[in-house]
Design a protein around this ligand. Structure first.
Ligand code: ZN
Length: 185
């Protein structure tokens, strides 16, 4: 089931999301719905607060895009993160142009560490602790920010944020068009 996505300015995006326990009701169904919602919106990551649930659950997925047929292939990478914890960061940082399903039409370069050590549970409640990098590390940082009440535009310079202010206000006021369903305040 595709869930509506909340946009910039929605109060749930500003809350600190709560960890869940093993007996959280219908967790597998929620995770499946989050993947479906993310792919339907052409996203590569989705945090539960973006579907108006203030809990520490994240899905990350990558599907190759075929430009000849304009279709997506099967996912080559998927990660379900439950109660993820970033334990440490690597020293190297780089810039990457980020976007967010809750902040439509805005894409900005964000500087972040390229690697980190992550501990998380998967949807079968298996505990993982790994050093991760690349796509996984980048998207994880963006999504863990959502769990901590932050969006990627918070990480831009104050000048850049001032320049984006009107567009962010428009999103907060529902004045943005998306090909996926958004939930208003
Ligand atoms: Zn986001």
């Amino acid at each position: 089931m595709i869930l509506p996505i909340v946009g910039y300015g929605h109060p749930t995006l500003r809350k600190i999301a709560q960890p869940i326990t093993k007996d959280y009701p219908n967790l597998k169904e929620l995770v499946a719905n989050m993947y479906e919602t993310m792919y339907a919106a052409d996203g590569v990551g989705l945090a539960a607060p973006q579907v108006d649930l203030s809990i520490r659950v994240v899905v990350i997925g990558f599907r190759p895009y075929d430009e000849k047929t304009n279709t997506y292939g099967e996912p080559t990478e998927e990660h379900t993160l439950i109660n993820p914890e970033i334990l440490s960061f690597g020293e190297k940082k780089d810039w990457f142009n980020e976007g967010c399903l809750s902040v439509p039409e805005i894409h900005e370069d964000v500087l972040r560490p390229t690697s980190l050590r992550l501990r998380w549970y998967d949807e079968d409640w298996q505990l993982h602790e790994e050093d991760i990098d690349g796509f996984f590390a980048r998207v994880t940082q963006h999504e863990v920010d959502h769990l901590d009440g932050k969006v990627f535009t918070d990480r831009l310079s104050s000048l850049r944020r001032t320049m984006l202010k009107r567009r962010l206000n428009d999103i907060a006021n529902g004045k943005v068009r998306t090909h996926y369903k958004m939930k208003r305040k």
